[in-house]
Design a protein around this ligand. Structure first.
Ligand code: ATP
Ligand code: MG
Length: 345
């Protein structure tokens, strides 16, 4: 099922003064890539005026796998700067760092006591990230979906715009909210919906197009980072895996070219038919050159703004502090309600 900016929600938002709440986040685990941008960030920016938005840099999630402390701290600021550089506007969005609002961690403990292990055992992301190290991997990685559910539920969120890989975690979030509400026979939590766009929801690796583009992939050529310079973009796209057919057409049997075409489609807003017609009779070289051009012109203004923001860290820290100060009371209200119904305190 794909939910494309729910029409009813749109209608409702324009008809009433109260906007629906949107929440989402990205882990500061490494370089933000085109998958994060096309699957998540870009959609947040495009819909921001319609909703009451809260966007988080989920640093507590980033420690589920080993990460250097200095790198984590720096990545967190870089990601915040990229949020703004990509177009998130503090007039519409509250931006903050997850660990600045301690309610996330507290709520996560409580909700882990309402999450059957069987639910977590089914999570495919855990299986792929643990990759055969079940005895040595830390329990935080296993419990990650509970923390993610709490991130969303703390703010009585209606919509969570994410990429396709988060579908299963969002189902768990809904199940957990419903289970808790049913146990206590009270609507403590709003049951949120995932917003997963059809195009760009699953950008694939450039070198192994059957797996998703990821920050944590050790192959640096597998992804375009938002901060890549034109030379690097050119090199990576020219090296991207295609096939020997040399037909510029969308074809699930040829995941390499289809992935590149999908990136082009989302960046240009053109239809599949328009793109196939424009490149009919042309080779991969010509198509890749057009894609490189489009990527460079899309990323150039984002990078310019990013470097300006990184050169003024006090302003950035101020925005993040203000964001945390604004969301903390919202999180505290939900947490206090949860504690009260459970009988804590
Ligand atoms: P990691 O490998 O550390 O998990 P990641 O690349 O998966 O990093 P996340 O921080 O886990 O990035 O995800 C941030 C957002 O980007 C989520 O909404 C996720 O669904 C989306 N996303 C991640 N990878 C892709 C992709 N390849 N295509 C589309 N969306 C993606
Ligand atoms: Mg991920």
């Amino acid at each position: 099922m794909s939910i494309d900016m729910n029409q009813d929600a749109k209608q409702e938002n324009t008809n009433t003064a109260v906007k629906k709440r949107v929440f989402s986040g990205i882990q500061p685990t490494g370089n933000i890539h085109l998958g994060n941008y096309l699957g998540a960030l870009r959609n947040w920016v495009n819909a921001q005026a319609e909703y009451d938005n809260i966007f988080c840099i989920v640093d507590l999630h980033a420690i589920t796998l080993p990460i250097d402390p200095v790198e984590l701290h720096t990545n967190t600021r870089k990601l915040a700067a990229l949020y703004i550089a990509c177009g998130l506007d503090t007039r519409y969005c509250k931006l903050f760092i997850q660990s600045h609002v301690r309610e996330h961690a507290e709520m996560s403990w409580i909700m882990s006591c309402f999450t059957p292990m069987g639910w977590l055992n089914r999570m495919t992301q855990f299986k792929s990230k643990a990759a055969g190290n079940l005895d040595s991997v830390d329990t935080g990685l296993y419990c990650y979906p509970v923390l993610m559910a709490c991130d969303v539920l703390l703010y009585q969120t209606h919509y969570v715009p994410v990429g396709d890989d988060q579908r299963q975690h969002m189902e768990l979030t809904r199940d957990l909210a419903q289970r808790f509400n049913a146990i206590y026979k009270r609507p403590v939590f709003t049951v949120p919906e995932a917003q997963i766009r059809e195009e760009g929801a699953r950008i694939m690796s450039l070198t192994e197009p059957t797996k998703k583009m990821s920050k944590s992939d050790t192959d640096l050529n597998s992804r375009i980072n938002l901060l890549d310079d034109p030379k690097t973009i050119k090199k990576k796209i020219n090296r991207a895996t295609t096939d020997s057919l040399r037909l510029v057409t969308f074809d699930p049997e040829r995941p390499g070219i289809t992935n590149l075409l999908t990136i082009y489609q989302v960046l240009t807003g053109e239809s599949q038919q328009e793109i196939e017609a424009a490149f009919a009779g042309k080779g991969y070289g010509e198509f890749k050159a057009a894609l490189i051009d489009r990527l460079v012109t899309t990323l150039e203004p984002i990078q310019k703004r990013y470097y300006e923001l990184m050169n003024d860290l006090p302003t950035l820290e101020g925005i993040l502090k203000q964001g945390a100060d604004e969301v903390r009371p919202l999180a505290a209200t939900t947490l206090n309600q949860v504690k009260e119904v459970v009988g804590l305190g």
